[in-house]
Ligand binder design. Structure first.
Ligand code: ASP
Length: 340
């Protein structure tokens, strides 16, 4: 039977129009989209559009927006063979990662896409992205949250936005493409998550997460780290150098991290480098972090770490359980396991 795709329009440049203040979401996007997708050849899968009444610039997205999309998909799950979510590029990688944690055990695809130039403008990349995302959603072999952009299908929780200018806006630095779309579409079967036996959706209340981050810079003021810890976050993500290194020439930093860890704040180390993974024992400047209780995040993207933390705390997990879960792969976001 012909596949039927649920197409959710949440906002983003794809549906924007120029205003006096710059691009802003337009509300009558649905009719423009229907006209653009008009096709009698049968090449474009059947879809039903669910247009949000208030489409947003994804810069304004919050965990509540991830939750809304996740719950919408879960609520309509039986109605469709797959889903395409039209979303702004700025925080698409966050939404994709969050959806992968909410919609575990998928047996059909959820594909996010958007564009760098609005639909309807000359040289727009929107139509290509939407049409291919719809075709991928209907292809019958995918069963995970993915992001399609400029000829590549990437695992959603492995993506990061790498360009504000190029059509190639996203990359998946530590995981291969799930598919490449040229004249034909080539699926990389070996890279796909296997279809689950049954869905295992987790859709907790996302309000109230307190996850902060700190980016290391040469000569950084340590009071800034302490100021963040004084806000008593549930977790602080330390964006370290290279393999997970922070300066160790002033014991004050490790002291404050040790105290924070003892007080139950979950401390994570990720790398500012795009490729590779955190190995806290590789350098003396990193092994002190491990002793202070900081958890290395392996090869997860920042977006995956941030959304995973929101998800785990929303489930009500205590700090120790969150630390354990951060070192385990939940939805294909982490290769192997992360070190301590
Ligand atoms: N600011 C826009 C958004 O994220 C950018 C885009 O869609 O490309 O909604």
């Amino acid at each position: 039977m012909a596949k039927h795709i649920g197409l959710i329009y949440a906002g983003g440049t794809i549906g924007m129009r120029k205003t006096g203040q710059g691009y802003a979401p337009m509300t009558e996007f649905g009719s423009m989209l229907a006209a653009s997708l008009h096709d009698e050849s049968g090449a474009i899968p059947r879809y039903t559009l669910h247009e949000y009444a208030m489409p947003i610039d994804s810069t304004n997205a919050t965990p509540a927006d991830w939750q809304r999309i996740g719950r919408d998909i879960a609520g309509r799950y039986e109605d469709y063979d797959g889903f395409v979510v039209l979303h702004g590029t700025d925080t698409m990688a966050y939404t994709a990662a969050a959806l992968s944690f909410m919609l575990q055990g998928l047996r059909k695809p959820v594909i996010l896409t958007g564009s760098q130039i609005p639909l309807g403008e000359v040289r727009s990349d929107a139509l290509q992205n939407i049409v291919t995302a719809l075709q991928l959603a209907a292809c019958g072999t995918l069963s995970e949250v993915a992001l399609y952009f400029n000829q590549r299908l990437l695992r959603g929780n492995r993506t990061t936005k790498i360009s504000a200018q190029r059509f190639q806006a996203f990359d998946s630095p530590n995981y291969p493409s799930l598919a490449e779309a040229g004249i034909g579409i080539r699926i990389n079967q070996a890279a796909l998550l296997p279809a689950a036996n049954r869905e295992n959706f987790e859709l907790p209340e996302y309000a109230g997460g307190r996850i902060l981050s700190f980016r290391a810079t040469p000569g950084m003021p340590l009071q800034a780290v302490q100021a963040l810890l004084d806000l008593q976050p549930q977790a602080l993500i330390l964006e370290c150098y290279g393999a997970g290194n922070l300066p160790d020439n002033d014991p004050a930093l490790l002291d404050m991290l040790t105290r924070a860890n003892d007080a139950g704040i979950v401390l994570l180390a990720c790398s500012q480098a795009l490729h590779g993974e955190v190995a806290l024992g590789a350098y003396a400047t990193g092994s002190g972090l491990a002793r202070a209780g900081v958890v290395g995040c392996g090869d997860m993207t920042f977006e995956a770490i941030y959304t995973k933390l929101h998800h785990l705390f929303a489930l009500g997990l205590a700090a120790d359980a969150v630390k354990l879960a951060m070192r385990r792969d939940i939805a294909g976001e982490l290769s192997g396991g992360a070190d301590l």
